[in-house]
Design a protein around this ligand. Structure first.
Ligand SMILES: CC(C)(COP(=O)(O)OP(=O)(O)OC[C@H]1O[C@@H](n2cnc3c(N)ncnc32)[C@H](O)[C@@H]1OP(=O)(O)O)[C@@H](O)C(=O)NCCC(=O)NCCS
Length: 179
């Protein structure tokens, strides 16, 4: 897992992965044929505003030299609200894994890595929004999330409307409130 800012080469790899995820039908903000330049603009917005968490393959040297790592497996962003009363919450954005590596638990590992990083930055509640009709709700339920809201037809694509579904997961035990 890597949490630092990407090099230029890393950024190209992030962009290539995001474009390939779109092409494979992924629900990460774009339709399958989204132009690379549009994806690059949104990627740069996230890199400027949010915390990046990457899963990468280790190399033979990674154990001794953490700066040595292999190909990108997946990534996601953590976004913190600015309002002081909501600073204990974090949103997971653009969670995606390499389409060629699906079903090997890398998705669950990536969500766990995002949660770990969120906890280290004192977040207590994680949130994620997903595109209805994709089956992603089951995936996130397995990661500890429960549905917390749904805007029916809240997303509009060239192929029609989809629900905008919100899910929430507690990262820390709830604080007992005195009454
Ligand atoms: C969602 C995603 C990150 C999961 O990654 P992954 O590497 O396949 O995850 P895992 O191997 O840990 O888990 C796969 C399990 O989740 C299920 N799953 C993953 N995506 C699913 C989906 N869209 N619909 C239904 N089930 C899904 C798989 O069926 C599999 O189930 P199994 O363990 O019973 O075989 C990956 O599918 C992805 O990048 N999707 C495209 C991008 C996307 O839509 N991201 C969601 C943004 S909210």
């Amino acid at each position: 897992m890597l949490t630092g800012p990407p090099t230029d080469a890393d950024r190209s790899e992030l962009l290539d992965l995001w474009v390939s995820v779109n092409a494979a039908g992924g629900a990460v903000g774009f339709e399958a044929s989204a132009p690379q330049a549009d994806v690059a603009r949104v990627l740069d917005e996230h890199l400027g505003a949010d915390a990046l968490v990457r899963l990468v393959h280790p190399t033979m040297d990674t154990f001794y030299d953490p700066s040595s790592y292999g190909a990108l497996i997946g990534f996601g962003f953590l976004h913190r609200p600015t309002a002081s009363v909501a600073r204990h919450r974090v949103s997971l954005l653009r969670v995606m894994t390499n389409p060629a590596l699906r079903g090997r638990w890398f998705g669950r590992l990536l969500v766990a890595a995002l949660h770990g990083q969120a906890r280290r930055s004192s977040a207590e509640i994680a949130e994620i929004d997903y595109r209805g009709g994709t089956g992603l709700g089951e995936f996130y339920e397995r990661c500890g999330y429960a549905e917390s809201g749904r805007v029916v037809d809240g997303l509009k694509f060239s192929f029609g409307y989809r629900d905008d579904v919100s899910m929430t997961c507690r990262l820390t035990p709830p604080v007992q409130q005195g009454r």
